[in-house]
Write a protein that binds this ligand. Structure first.
Ligand code: FPP
Length: 248
């Protein structure tokens, strides 16, 4: 078994030029993982956070440059208050411990989403962790927090309209490249591979603009059970795909 896993890991590394630069993950299935075990849903989210740490380390080790994790969507506020509170305290804990956990790891943390609605304490931690890790040159872990693709696109359009109105840009300047610069992901390449476990085959308002030409990998595994091996399987399949970007 161990030998087989080693062999699989080597397989993706044999195609080093085809390691996805940017992987995005929808960390889905935490609630079901907990319910199956008779545990509160928040126990599933905690286990999901542990999975994320393992996957961050593995992505960094194999040379992935960006990993975006969907941690909280603009729609997740509709969940019961105790689940929202549990997710927020988990996020705060994750941010507070990030320095200790990442010590010596050269990982940079970025946050995308509308952070205005988050508590002052979380916003302070975001500012601190993002600034403390800004010089790191390894993997960038992009945490999507109060993130919604439609909200991101609408707010980019509003800021572009303001800049046109104030004469900073003209309507003719607005093209795909300029539009991208108004998104939360400015400077971050589009995801090559979007991974969604837990048996759901949808995008759920995640990186709508950015995933136009992403490859998708779906599986029935619940996120807390998602292993290094599953990551390697997703990457191996990605490496076998033929990306044509609308051409031949
Ligand atoms: C979806 O699973 C998952 C979420 C809404 C939250 C994901 C958040 C974490 C894993 C928390 C940690 C994140 C960081 C950055 C520390 P679900 O609850 O919808 O699962 P279900 O479909 O089984 O109910």
């Amino acid at each position: 078994m161990f030998f087989l896993r080693k062999k699989k890991n080597r397989a993706v590394l044999e195609h080093k030029d085809k390691i996805p630069v940017h992987i995005a993950v929808v960390m889905d299935g935490n609630g079901r993982w907990a319910e199956k075990r008779g545990l509160p849903r928040k126990a599933g989210h905690r286990e999901g956070a542990n999975t994320l740490k393992r996957i961050v380390t593995e992505c960094d080790a194999i040379g992935v440059r960006y990993l975006t994790a969907y941690a909280f969507s603009t729609e997740n506020w509709n969940r019961p208050k105790d689940e929202v509170d549990a997710l927020m305290s988990l996020l705060l804990e994750f941010l507070k411990n990030a320095d200790k956990e990442l010590a010596g790891k050269n990982i940079r943390i970025l946050v995308i989403g509308d952070t205005e609605r988050l508590s002052d304490e979380i916003r302070r931690e975001i500012t601190r962790v993002v600034s403390n890790t800004s010089a790191n040159t390894g993997l960038s872990l992009v945490i999507a927090l109060n993130y919604g693709g439609r909200c991101e696109i609408a707010s980019a359009a509003a800021r572009i309209a303001r800049d046109v109105k104030d004469g900073r840009i003209s309507p003719q300047d607005v093209d795909e490249k300029l539009f991208s610069e108004y998104l939360y992901t400015k400077g971050i390449p589009d995801p090559d591979l979007v991974i969604r476990p837990s048996g759901e085959n949808r995008l759920s308002n995640f990186l709508l603009w950015q995933s136009s030409y992403s490859e998708f990998w779906y599986s029935n595994i619940l996120w807390p059970d998602f292993s290094r091996n599953d990551l390697h399987e997703a990457i191996s399949e990605f490496q076998r795909r033929n990306r044509r970007y609308g051409g031949l």
